[in-house]
Design a protein around this ligand. Sequence first.
Ligand SMILES: Nc1ncnc2c1ncn2[C@@H]1O[C@H](COP(=O)(O)OP(=O)(O)OP(=O)(O)O)[C@@H](O)[C@H]1O
Length: 548
Amino acid sequence: MDLGVGRVGDRDLGISAQEIVTGRTCVIAQSGAGKSWGIAVLCEHLCRSYIGFCLIDTEGEYFSLKDRFPIIWIGSDESCDYDIESVDLHSIMREAIISSRFIVFDVSEVDMRVKATALVNILYELESELRRPFLLIVEEADKFIPQSRDSIKMIEEISRRGRKRGLGLLVATQRPSLVQKNVLSQCNNQIIGKLTIDNDLKAVSHFFDSRKEVEELITLDPGEFFVMGGLVREKTLMKFGERETQHRGVTPQILPGRPPEMRETDTVLVPEAKPERSQLPPEPLLVDEEDSELIPAFPTDEDDETKNAVPTLLERDEALRAVQSLCRKSFWRRRYLDRITAMERISWPLLSVEVKYLGGILKKTTRRASFILEGFHGERVDLTNGFMVRPGFAELIGLDEASVAILKNLTPAGLTALEIEADAGLMPGDVKKALKSLQKQKRITTMKSEEGAVIYLPLLDHPIPKLSNLHQSFTTRLTTPSGECRGPAITEDDLRKIVKGLEPTAEITKMKVIYYPVYEAIVASDSGERRIYIDGQTGREIRGMTYN
Ligand SMILES: Nc1ncnc2c1ncn2[C@@H]1O[C@H](COP(=O)(O)OP(=O)(O)OP(=O)(O)O)[C@@H](O)[C@H]1O
């Protein structure tokens, strides 16, 4: 089984789950290079695949995994599941190993070496008896296994003898030159990102074939890592994918300028603003008042049917230069030359949709939602800062209402058919039929619980957005489209079934096709042909979507 944690260009990269879970892996990169992001993406995939792990969290930054997954959070915060001072670690870890549970062991507020030592001793003892696959993740390994007598010997022991017991080890560090060499040399899998300090480059140089390769580490962007060893067939430069849960390790940034009433000495710290999907603030809930007025997705010219195109701001030569620069960048990465063989401007069909439904505790309040969907696949498109693809309804297109309602309710921990009936408010016959068809379409799978009950689990790429979170306004003045426009593949009927499945009282109140300007370039190289899409408003590459 592979875990699709990253991307290489526009294809997904899977790393071996078996190797990660029972092998020894190091994640090495300097501060801010994307280690915790990558580890969180990996944890999300482990959760989705029901692979048990325990992560020693030194910064208290992984609890957000709980927003989506049934993580057991042991720490000092009031909202933790177990207090780290009083928890019966032995029982919890036994249960975690046997039932493949996910543990975040948050040592950010306590003596981390003491707590980590207790944990790893228990894990090793349990695994010597149980011998089931389970992964121990140690963040900031230089704090626990430094190159000194202070190193926690049991972690070294796990790196040597864990595999036979089923106990895998993943250690992360920003300073490989400070970590116990024995442990790093035991790591048969390596994930190495940006490094600039000479000693650290030296410490990882034996994983690479040449000095030139090692020097490439200096130039990597955040999120980019070389993956090597048993995780992949050959050394690969990948970027960790999007996070499903919110990233908490954001760098605080000094706010430029300050309100006049502030004193000279005051400094404002705000979270770094990055337009990454998982870092965007939660989308605003829809206005709460009864029969609230909708802010339409396209407030301007919305009733003029002839005006349905977003204007093009980018000239053709500017788009060509953007493609050329992407080709040069990819040559540097992949070492083969792309040639631009064709380029044309296309009008990408989008669907601006407005929906009305009953919400509130008594389901008596009229609520409204508005969103923009890509017209061929059904992912959402956020147009506030150019064409940005967001998780939408692609995996629901073509499904009936019952199937959508079931998928909406399925959590990663899974549900029995009876629980689905209760949650989705469906009749037994409808549930049975929909489950069968969802299984056939590989959108769900099953497993047996220890008691022998059949559990249905979702197989979706991303969680389904809630109607209450969808509210997109867009103020660009639309124009009359020029040239040929291909219509969307998604129909109003497809959408009606989806919104009804998400919320039985939902009605589509407006749906309008909008055309967005995009330059489509075909580039060819020895390894085949690929398409690059350039946003006709911003000049940026549009990723994660194809025009067909
Ligand atoms: N794969 C990625 N995709 C998008 N953005 C990323 C990715 N990886 C990292 N980033 C960005 O880089 C920032 C720093 O990443 P991260 O917090 O994971 O660094 P780190 O290596 O863990 O740093 P430290 O060692 O100081 O904790 C993130 O807040 C995020 O904005």
